[in-house]
Design a protein around this ligand. Structure first.
Ligand SMILES: Cc1cc2nc3c(=O)[nH]c(=O)nc-3n(C[C@H](O)[C@H](O)[C@H](O)COP(=O)(O)OP(=O)(O)OC[C@H]3O[C@@H](n4cnc5c(N)ncnc54)[C@H](O)[C@@H]3O)c2cc1C
Length: 482
């Protein structure tokens, strides 16, 4: 029998379990060590639960924001027995959220074990003082029963993810002051919710709870919400939030959150105090890299404790790879999975394409959604990419008009000479689905002429993507001539 490579993966989120599937397919002997359940935070507490909650919010907003224009009548006072007041049973929504998360974790466990992977419950860390012995490394597993198991691995993948950052003076109590992992235990909708943090997570929850019926205050330390996103997109979203009655507090830094009986007081750095019934802290995350013997093994971490990796997921220690949120490369489940797969292709000597972040499609699940791929407005502004831009508001799109959609746009970036599409932004309901043709164009180096020549359905929102490509065809010629 030939030599079989032993792979040990610490962490069973998308970075870990996708890597396990690839490594097993390539014939390795694979063990995944996970402390909380396969699927990781992505499936159990973060991505899947939040998007399931948002599915309910989305139905509510779509209905709420368009029923009048579309001619639907609603009995808001509850006096007409045939019609119902719009409201939400949060306990029921949250039970559905948890059910779906656990079912998905179960499905992943089944497919991973069916592929021949061994799954161990426990906390993994590098052993033997972190040093490689005879070209292999030791992984120690602290089991739930207190036993410690030692495994030998030819290659180790660290995919331990991250956890919510907490402010020292705003400690979550799981009832009124909450992290995003704790909100699914709520039985009743928060009447007045203060969301601290206006990044993607803060904006998604603020929008969702507002749609479900909470009175929401969004505390943002920056000039506008979503500081990392396309500025035009962030402006649309902030405008929509305010129009729907959200109190968006810009340039306001929360210093502390205190529970006083059934209420919460959040104190801002200028001394102002805001009150609500609940507070959700969404102030970033901390990588799960402490007490794992990483530095002893020669694995370099940056100042934030994130593992430094190259584009094939290698760390600074031979035979040790890392993937996902613990590397801080791009905090997305899809990127974690890709990093994990790449690590295994590299470790097992298969053909490997280094990670290319310029083709990553990402989405903010607010209403409207904001989907982005490739180079951004900031890249063009700072001269990192020379590109011509066209932005088409959805107001002019026939399908959008029929559906009562007023907010949003399609934006495309292309190179001035060749017309190659290098990026795009879609702000629209279901932008996460509409971005795919632009992502394909960016990935395959398609030109605006190629994008414009493909048929789109009439009427469709994606018609605006083709129209933007047509306009860019003219615009880039003009840019080339000037
Ligand atoms: C609220 C929210 C919503 C999000 N929504 C999206 C989205 O819509 N789309 C998207 O692409 N991304 C989304 N993300 C990001 C996404 O969840 C992460 O990028 C993804 O979870 C990263 O996967 P991972 O494998 O690195 O880590 P994780 O999913 O965090 O999994 C790591 C696993 O390792 C375990 N672990 C940790 N330490 C150890 C140890 N020492 N030993 C054994 N096991 C250990 C953890 O318990 C966990 O099970 C969201 C994030 C948040 C916070």
């Amino acid at each position: 029998m030939g030599y079989v490579t032993r792979i040990v993966i610490i962490g069973g989120g998308p970075g870990g379990y996708e890597a396990a599937l690839v490594a097993a397919q390539l014939g390795a002997e694979v063990t995944v060590v996970d402390s909380d359940g396969l699927g990781g935070s992505a499936v159990l507490t973060d991505c899947v639960p939040s998007k399931t909650l948002i599915a309910t919010a989305e139905v509510m907003t779509t209905f709420d924001s368009s029923y009048e224009e579309l001619g639907i009548t609603v009995d808001r006072d509850g006096t007409d027995e045939d019609r119902k007041v719009i409201g939400v049973d949060l306990g029921k929504v949250n039970r559905r959220v948890k059910r779906l998360a656990i079912a998905q974790s179960h499905d992943i466990t089944q497919s991973v074990t069916r592929a021949g992977v061994t799954v161990l419950r426990g906390r993994g860390r590098l052993g033997a003082g972190g040093q490689a012995v005879d070209g292999s490394r030791e992984v120690l597993v602290d089991g739930p029963d207190g036993n410690v198991q030692s495994l030998r691995a030819d290659a180790v993948l660290i995919a331990t993810g991250a956890h919510p950052r907490e402010l020292p003076d705003a400690q979550p109590d799981g009832e009124r002051i909450l992290t995003w992992t704790q909100v699914y235990d709520l039985e009743e909708l928060p009447r007045e919710l203060i969301v601290v943090g206006s990044g993607v997570t803060g904006a998604e929850f603020a929008g969702a709870y507002q749609a479900l019926g909470s009175k929401v205050t969004l505390v943002s330390s920056r000039d506008r919400v979503l500081p990392g996103e396309d500025p035009d997109a962030a402006e649309v979203l902030e405008d929509v939030f305010r129009r729907r009655g959200m109190n968006v507090m810009s340039r306001s830094r929360a210093e502390s959150a205190k529970r006083i009986g059934d209420r919460v007081e959040v104190t801002l750095s200028d001394g102002k105090v805001i009150e609500g019934t609940h507070c959700l802290m969404a102030v970033g995350s901390i990588p799960n890299t402490a007490e794992m013997g990483l530095e002893e093994a020669g694995v370099k971490l940056n100042d934030w404790g994130q593992i430094q990796v190259d584009r094939v997921s290698r760390t600074s220690a031979p035979g040790v790879y890392a993937a996902g949120d613990c590397t801080g490369v791009f905090m997305l489940a899809s990127v974690a999975a890709m990093q994990g797969r790449i690590a295994m292709y590299h470790a097992l000597g298969d053909a490997v394409q280094p990670l290319n972040l310029k083709t990553v499609a990402s989405n903010v699940f607010t209403d409207p959604e904001i989907a982005t791929v490739g180079y951004t407005a900031a890249d063009v502004e700072c001269g990192k990419m020379d590109a011509v831009v066209v932005k088409l508001p959805l107001r002019g799109n026939p399908r959008a008009k029929m559906q009562g959609i007023r907010d949003g746009f399609v934006k495309l970036f292309c190179r001035p000479g060749t017309g190659i599409v290098v990026g795009g932004v879609v702000v629209a309901p279901r932008a996460s689905e509409l971005i795919h043709p632009i992502a394909l164009a960016v990935d395959a180096n398609l030109t605006v002429e190629q994008v414009a020549s493909a048929f789109t359905v009439y009427p469709s929102v994606s018609g605006s993507t083709a129209e933007a490509a047509r306009q860019l065809h003219v615009r880039k010629r003009a840019a080339g001539e000037s």
